[in-house]
Design a protein around this ligand. Structure first.
Ligand SMILES: [Cu+2]
Length: 198
């Protein structure tokens, strides 16, 4: 069987493309081919802290490091790694939110584990009926990960991020004193910040 010039050209072109994609993947990140690393545990806590004399105490996200509450302004996580995220909401208040943020988005199994803070109820779910806050990771205007955070509950879910600088924010109307879209909504290290995945 003789292959026509055109067929030979097509085969060579395919080989070049496959080789190029392979090199591209390896150069992009070794874990793309090797599979994600992890899991790496990240723990967040939502609890009240003093905002100012007008608003008094308001809910705020913290990163828990060795049992201590630290700033949530920048949350650094390893890329291409399974992140095992736990969020404990010590607040008691429920807040309005756009309905899509009642859903779990972007986790490895599309679900999260929701445990009562006292540990006596645990459910695996992709939706809640009401929440206090959301932990929402955005790339521009698109949602990468959304976790509904329920008062007096512990939220736990796994997700993987590619390399990049993203934003995190709470989408609930949790602003204080008759201004639900006001502070601490949109305030860095309270209900808003950066996620660096590298
Ligand atoms: Cu909030």
């Amino acid at each position: 069987m003789e292959l026509s010039d055109r067929t030979v050209f097509a085969i060579i072109a395919c080989m070049v493309i496959v080789f190029g994609v392979g090199v591209g993947l390896v150069e992009m990140h070794p874990n793309v081919l090797a599979g994600p690393k992890g899991p790496v545990n990240i723990e967040l806590e939502v609890t009240d802290r003093y905002y100012n004399s007008t608003l008094g105490y308001q809910p705020s996200y913290f990163v828990v490091v060795n049992g201590k509450l630290t700033s949530s302004a920048t949350i650094s996580i390893p890329d291409y790694t399974v992140i095992n995220l736990t969020i404990i909401d010590k607040g008691k208040g429920y807040n309005p939110i756009m309905p899509q943020f009642l859903n779990v988005t972007g986790t490895t199994n599309g679900k999260m584990i929701l445990r009562n803070i006292t540990g006596n109820t645990t459910v695996v779910t992709s939706h809640v009926n009401a929440l206090g806050h959301s932990f929402t990771i955005m790339k521009g205007s698109s949602v990468l990960v959304n976790l509904p955070v329920v008062p007096m509950h512990i939220t736990n879910a796994k997700f993987i991020l590619h390399s990049g600088v993203f934003t995190w924010q709470c989408e609930a109307e949790c602003g204080g004193h008759g201004n639900p879209m006001g502070p601490p909504m949109g305030v860095t290290s309270w209900m808003d910040g950066t996620v660096i995945s590298e």
